[in-house]
Design a protein around this ligand. Structure first.
Ligand SMILES: *Cc1c(COP(=O)(O)O)cnc(C)c1O
Length: 354
């Protein structure tokens, strides 16, 4: 089976093998990873390695902490603003899709939200350009990859304020200059692990000054101070995310993975561009290397195409309910062979139906 699901999503087979072994007997200690204390030296080593690998793979500079939190990326929509935006202060948002819109809705609970650019009118088929961040904005929030609409920031804007970014669906897919960011957050279940943990890379200075009273669990400083162990962390999702990071490192790091991601995306988009029947939904220059969203000219053929995908072992190609059509999520763990298989299905289907 080739898993093109958007999330929870594909992980490397060797990660599954190792993780299932650890459920039975973790590192040969005779106990499952699921039953040991999060304060044991065995789990502390997992946490330490997860933090160290994230820092190494993303070249995280001094002054930042890597946290493993709960509540999903959706909780970060609220937690970022709650910790960063004082009463009467302003934040700038770039609105590029469903997840951005949800983030904006939460931010509005805490301060003045200025949506400085949006591609909503165009059905979120692109990434806005040519906007500027007003001087009164404390930071700018953006969604680096739009999982549902298949668009992605190819580079990040040069702005005078820190960027806060939701990188849920493209974390570890490419190198980034972390120093541009105040906070980066990512739900694990797209490109780094199972659901249940959210990674946050937090610039410590940026959250040091309290802007209001914040409940203990929702305060970044609590988790910075306790190394993500203020309470019981999501032990197993952190472990599996750590194994995925090890796998990325073993395969040459984020730049190597990026080169493969580019090759996979080129393969699928060039097939779509040469098709009479299918077409990519997003503007070419803003296409996502993680989620290829495409449509079919003759909608009545859609069910037959999905059947052809299923018959070829290509799972999860159905588009998001709000967009329709198809979506091939080609995260880090998707092999080029998997993409070749899908391209074969597209080409054959086209031959039979165009
Ligand atoms: C899936 C997704 C989310 C939501 O993540 P949860 O962990 O389910 O809250 C947020 N942002 C983006 C970009 C996503 O792809």
């Amino acid at each position: 089976m080739y898993n093109f699901s958007a999330g929870p999503a594909i992980l490397p087979q060797e990660v599954f093998a190792e993780a299932s072994e650890a459920v039975k007997d973790f590192n040969g200690i005779g106990l499952s990873i699921l039953e040991i204390s999060h304060r044991s030296k065995e789990f502390q080593a997992v946490m330490d390695e997860a933090v160290a690998l994230a820092k190494e793979l993303l070249n995280v500079p001094e002054g930042y902490e890597v946290l493993f939190l709960q509540g999903g990326a959706s909780s970060q929509f609220m937690m970022t603003t709650m910790n960063l935006l004082g009463e009467g202060e302003t934040v700038a948002y770039v609105d590029t899709g469903t997840w951005s819109a949800k983030a904006i809705k939460e931010a509005e609970l805490y301060g003045n939200v200025n949506v400085i650019a949006s591609s909503k009118e165009e059905g979120y088929d692109s990434i806005p350009k040519g906007y500027s961040v007003p001087a009164d904005a404390k930071y700018v929030h953006l969604t680096s990859n739009n999982t549902i609409f298949g668009t992605q920031f190819q580079s990040f804007p040069d702005v005078d304020v820190p960027i806060v970014a939701d990188m849920s669906s493209d974390i570890f897919s490419r190198s980034i200059d972390v120093s541009k960011f105040g906070i980066i957050y990512a739900g694990a279940q797209k490109n780094m692990g199972p659901s249940g943990v959210t990674m946050a890379i937090v610039k410590k200075d940026f959250v040091a000054e309290p802007v209001r009273k914040v409940p203990t669990m929702l305060n970044y400083n609590t988790h910075i101070g306790k190394g993500s162990m203020f309470n019981t962390p999501p032990v197993f999702p952190i472990y599996v995310s750590m194994l995925t990071m090890r796998w990325i490192k073993k395969h040459g790091g984020v730049d190597k993975v990026d080169a493969l991601n580019t090759a996979k995306a080129d393969l699928i988009y060039s097939t779509l561009d040469n098709s009479e029947l299918f077409y990519g939904r997003a503007k070419k220059e803003d296409r996502s290397k993680m989620n290829a969203v495409f449509l079919i000219k003759d909608e009545s053929l859609a069910p037959a195409f999905l059947e052809a995908c299923a018959a070829a072992g290509c799972n999860g190609v159905k588009g998001h309910r709000s967009v329709g059509g198809f979506r091939a999520s080609i995260y880090n763990a998707m092999s080029i062979g998997g993409v070749q298989k899908l391209v074969e299905v597209i080409t054959e289907f086209e031959k039979a139906n165009a």
